[in-house]
Write a protein that binds this ligand. Structure first.
Ligand code: AMP
Length: 173
């Protein structure tokens, strides 16, 4: 069951950023120190004993709790970003959108073959972005130890796009 306190701080914004989308606004979670602590501990809990080396946060809201999660797990933090944001040598992954394609990028050598990686984003929707991120991680030879989301929009079946690694979502809708 969804934690009523955490749930109460997430705001539904209809028709944002475009008509038909109900945007899940996490600003209320960010604004509360109590909520940040609680969310971080719920994100970290299933992975405390899993020897996570790296938390990979997905642009851009995945950076917010991703960093706190990395801190809680005493792990490194690596950014996966939209094209044109990261300097240096990069790895790039294409993925399909509803209309057209997009790309995400990660810095080369940010992840080692021996790493156990936890992928984090705020919302699991269709799963396309998280899957593209998993493809970047696989290309490094590292192990995906799990996926971590604040919430899962279950009606979009994003979980089906992800592999066998454990998936932790604090809230389900
Ligand atoms: P996905 O469809 O799972 O690839 O989601 C794409 C990205 O958009 C993810 O980074 C999500 O955080 C974000 N996203 C998708 N749907 C929503 C929503 N309803 N509210 C807020 N963020 C969303």
């Amino acid at each position: 069951m969804n934690d009523p306190y955490i749930n109460s701080l997430i705001r539904d914004v209809p028709d944002f950023p475009k008509k038909g989308i109900v945007f899940k606004d996490i600003s209320g979670l960010l604004a509360s120190a109590k909520a940040r602590t609680l969310v971080t501990s719920k994100l970290a809990q299933p992975f405390l004993a899993k020897n996570i080396d790296v938390v990979v946060g997905i642009e851009s809201r995945g950076f917010l709790f991703g960093m706190l999660l990395a801190e809680a797990l005493n792990a490194r933090f690596v950014m996966v970003r939209k094209p044109g944001k990261l300097p240096g040598e990069l790895m790039t992954q294409d993925y399909d959108l509803e209309y057209g394609t997009d790309q995400i990028q990660m810095q080369k050598n940010a992840i080692k073959e021996t790493d156990h990686v936890l992928i984090h984003d705020d919302v699991l929707a269709t799963g396309g972005t998280a899957r593209a991120t998993s493809q970047l991680i696989h290309a490094t030879g590292a192990t995906i130890a799990g996926y971590s989301f604040i919430m899962d929009l279950t009606f979009l079946n994003g979980k089906e796009k992800l592999g066998d690694a454990p998936i932790n979502s604090i809230l389900s809708y």
